[in-house]
Write a protein that binds this ligand. Sequence first.
Ligand code: UDP
Ligand code: MG
Length: 350
Amino acid sequence: MRPIYSVVVPVYNEETILPELYSRLTAVMEQLGEPYELIFVNDGSQDRSLEVMQTLHDQDPRVKVISFARNFGHQVAITAGLDYAKGDAIVIIDADLQDPPEVIPELVARWKAGYEVVYAVRTEREGETWFKEVTAKLFYRLIRSITNVDIPVDTGDFRLMDRQVVETLRAMRERHRFMRGMSSWVGFRQTGVPYRRHRRYAGETKYPFRKMLKFALDGITSFSYLPLQLATYLGFAIAALSALFIAFVIVARLSGMQAFVGQATTLVAVLFLGGIQLISLGILGEYLGRVYEEIKGRPLYIVAQTWGLEQAPLPPHAHVVDVSHLRRPDVAGAKSRTSSEVSQEQRPSR
Ligand code: UDP
Ligand code: MG
């Protein structure tokens, strides 16, 4: 039977969590009373995660497994799950139980009311370091202020998406993926459901600082050119200031003042500008490197083996995305989004 719901779970070294995750997800999904599938994506785990998943699949055919040839990263694991998912509504959830499965029925209720994207908004985070909490808060506000995409603050990838949205996302094959931004970019009717983010059930975060930084840069570079324009703005500002300064120095010299005669002035000016130039080059490099990776056009991921899944259908042609045939009959209750509504709904924490 074709599933109504697909739950996509990216998994990287989570052997201690999987049994608990499975039983909590199963309890919640069975309560919904419609057919569903759980898709575990093994992102090159080095522990026994894959064996645990296989055992779960043997016991319960609703559990399906995709196993990558190596670690491709969280966002790519989610992408693979979306590629293979068959459901009408697809839920993305982390494996570590920070996103409680018990919120899924609330997401489903909003979907049934007609929304195509229902994202979960973190009102509180438990057991997170102050550093992560502060940087995350700053990051979501920064990215919101420098992009034209309405990316709601304090939302992760924990969300439900309609088949229309998933099919659209499947056409977006960019390599440096910021899924939460991409799923805002597509439009449709979107709404948020607040929830409390729990602490990790077991194990440690798979996002060390280095990965977090790369992820943040992926988000910014995918949705904004502002960093590239920074060099232009700085250039104009510094040129204007220098012009004023030249005039000042000429006047000072003519009036016989002993100003700016030492080497220090020269050194400071050269080093300051050198620093700014290097930073601008680095920013260019961040974009250029990403352009290079895109242009190589390598596959996004390599699936070594699957359990319980057919080969994923090819993604729709990237330049023609017409998902109108997948539209559900219009449901009363869902409003098309207007920007004032969106900003109210999407910023409950403000
Ligand atoms: N994950 C993954 N591949 C990776 C890193 C993480 O599939 O390279 C999974 C991980 O197993 C978890 C989810 O992505 O299900 C989120 O990771 P984590 O909980 O470590 O991130 P945090 O919540 O600390 O930001
Ligand atoms: Mg986590």
